[in-house]
Write a protein that binds this ligand. Sequence first.
Ligand SMILES: [Zn+2]
Ligand SMILES: [Zn+2]
Length: 259
Amino acid sequence: MHVDLHNHTSLCNHATGTMEEYIIKAIEKGIDVFGFSCHNPMAFDSKYRMRFEELPLYLDSLKTLREKYVGQIEILSALEIDFLPQFMEDSLFKIPLDYRIGAVHFLGDWGFDNLEFIREYAKRDINDCWVEYFKAIEMLANSGKFDIVAHIDLLKIFKYFPTKDLRREIETTLKAIKRANMSVEINAAGFRKEVGEQYPSREILEMCYGFEIPITFGSDAHAINQINFKRKEIEALAKDVGYTKCAVYRQREQELVEF
Ligand SMILES: [Zn+2]
Ligand SMILES: [Zn+2]
């Protein structure tokens, strides 16, 4: 079974193509379970996300497509929610979704994965950034609000790697993820960025396997030609590490399926 649970829509203002075009492409590529997980609305960084008023349109479009393509592809509903406690509105967690992807794209108010703000790296201690980043992922897991961790080592996006060993910090974070019964996605977007590889690194993926943390797959598509991106590579990597199953979610119920 081929699973792709992380995909955006043009509602976020930085993706192209219609939702239906995404589905047609996903069917063509042989994907069995496809999830839309567009960025959550919030009163911060609002330029790069849907507005609260657009949520009904998002959910209605999902429902319509799910019914239209039943039997051809299973379509799941989700949001990729920024873990920013001061901006996560309670209402987000009342929306009936199949799953919630939790993501950290900000350290404080710095959008570290956005090329617009890359100069900030020069002003910071990169090891401190990494420690802060993994701490944020740990808190995301401890919040108990999420099913999947998005791109777990996103901070490597522009190749600002840590210069000290962070295994201990990573292990603490992975233990929190395990306790929260969450999965970690293998996200192909890194192949399209400067870092040139999936999130997470093979090393972190092996640690996840060691902790028996389930995985799932996401192309993080923001355009039609990004759907199914590097699927063969990420599935092969997961198998090589030892995984044979990946997580899918229906009404926030996790099921492990063979891939
Ligand atoms: Zn995006
Ligand atoms: Zn993301």
